[in-house]
Design a protein around this ligand. Sequence first.
Ligand code: SIN
Length: 291
Amino acid sequence: MEQFVLDAVERIATRPQPDYRAIEVAPLTPVIGAEISGVDLSRELSERQLAEIKQAFLAHHVLVFRDQLLSGEDHKRFANHFGELRRLPLADLDGGDPAILEVAASKNSRFVAGEDWHTDGTADAEPSLGSMLYVTRTPEIGCGGDTLFANMHLAYELLSPPMKALLDGLTAIHDGLIPWQGYTPPPEYVIPKNEHPVVVRHPDTGRKLLFVNAGFTSHIVQLARSESRALLDMLFARVAHEPILHCRVRWTPNTLVFWDNRCTQHHAVWDYYPHSRYGQRVSINGTRPQA
Ligand code: SIN
């Protein structure tokens, strides 16, 4: 690896960590993901526990809570501590609770949610702050159905200084039609499309990150289409093929994972067909990404 890459990894991997007293935090990798224990999310959390969960969220971006027995109301109450719940258009159209999206796959599935690398809903003007997926059923075969997450701060830091300088002033279109390629969206679904900076700052930490994803980004506005395609393909390949950016969550039944949608991408691995998997996802409203 180039020296600037090693320096970037070292900077992120050796950041001082908060001093946790009310929860236990076990990192999944030095740069992304942590398992949190010592909390029961079906009960009201103490202020100290909540404050430490918020610190761990900003430090690790993906938090894994195992062995949680949660009702839909518990799930939403926990999410509500981080902001207003997002009304999810597809859950709404299904006639269910508009805050809860079912994430289900079985022998009858022809696709599953989030099969490719993406950040949720970036075609929206204000993409979500984060999501909490609570998986209650994992594949009967006892393996498969993991979710990969990537740290987009580090994805930015791994770029060379001239590449960062090029990307810094650019904007890109995020098109909600991209995930529907090969499928027909429900007629009532209003397809979102918005322009966001290619490099943004995390609204809570101010740290820079790369904000384009294969799931929604169609092109970079200021470049010729062929330049934009080549550059985006290079960036998407970097996210997909650079294991140093990743952590892998192996689900066990009754695990809740809370990810920071503002600085991560994820990929739900569909390697368990014809077995099934079931979960429910609640998302939290975010703000407009800022350069
Ligand atoms: C999603 O993209 O929200 C689905 C993630 C998963 O099923 O692991």
